[in-house]
Design a protein around this ligand. Sequence first.
Ligand SMILES: *Cc1c(COP(=O)(O)O)cnc(C)c1O
Length: 429
Amino acid sequence: MSENQYGFDTLAIHAGTAPDPATGARQVPIYQTTAYVFRDAEHAAKLFNLEEVGYIYSRLTNPTVAALANRVAALEGAAGGIACSSGHAAQIMALFPLMQPGCNIVASSRLYGGTITQFSQTIKRFGWSAKFVDTEDLAAVEAAIDENTRAVFCETIANPGGYISDLDALAKIADAAGVPLIVDNTTATPYLCRPIEHGATLVVHSATKYLTGNGTVTGGIVVDSGKFDWSASDKFPSLSQPEPAYHGLTFHAALGAMAFTFHSIAVGLRDLGMTMNPQGAHYTLMGIETLALRMERHVANAKAVAEWLEKDPRIEGVTYAGLESSPWNERAGRIVPKGAGALFTVAVKGGYDACVKLVDNLKLFSHVANLGDARSLIIHPASTTHRQLEPEQQVKAGAAPNVVRVSIGIEDVKDIIADLDQALAKATA
Ligand SMILES: *Cc1c(COP(=O)(O)O)cnc(C)c1O
């Protein structure tokens, strides 16, 4: 049976790896090396010319890091992938082959807060820009795309409110405009959603979250469907025309479906240096082995906790898309049929003060700026991550003063609920 016929759970353990050819080691060794000995001068020249695939220097490629990139590519149904130093690095790496100074992306207004800052402020230094639109308004997405647009960007399950993007509809619009749809699939993971099956070209991950799954690694991944025709227009000269940064190689003509992946390694990682380290890749590979089991439990716990909270008189509302009361419940059935993730917000009666007391009185939950950990996590955005925003902006971002965000872990669900119960009693007394 070939690898591409295996099911998801099998691929999560086996894809991208084989017993180590030198030692027979069954687990993926941590290749803690910077460089690799060339067989001879001719071998070295072939590697540098991309005529032969192999290892040169670990800023570009490393066997442990490659195993991780290839495993996530297999899980996402992609042609190839690149592992990088963080989720934010992955976003820059995804845009880098597509963009030139003066180009823009059309991005969903419902994104991770750090991504909104990266796109609205930092990428301007490269001469790039982002136009934020409410992706519920498909006509507005279409209208925002202009001749300088190079991608449409959204999240599968958007942080913090659990909003579900209509990937099929956005892919259709991007496709008609001749630009790729890039999906941040961090909060869903390929277990809950494979965006390429909904028409996405590129998928990015913060491996920091569920892929590793225990808050030990900062990492990121980009995978490419291999299906986008970069040569259909003159919009993507780095891929469709001779690349001056790589002795004039025309990546799409030379490498076909692997053009984006090879450009990202040979030019992106080489010159931007946003490389993942082999130790981090090892931890994330270990995490992915149990991804399916963990996500199943994350989703079951999140649903039980959301249902319990929704009925509690101390609560004003719960945004979990897995609840029948959610406006995104029907769409969740199509985009994330196995469950709507484990991240949502809760509006607490008693406003700002009650939220602060809730956070301070929880014992099992950790008060941290992270998500996708085996542990249950909580944060009060209005007093932390969204503190700088005006009250009106806080409400718009789903981070009103009366709202806490929870990332439900894989502990015993009765213990998670008991902890919330005792802390809510103190918070709303
Ligand atoms: C955390 C996160 C990021 C950024 O990832 P880092 O690994 O922290 O750089 C991007 N998108 C989403 C949805 C995230 O949750």
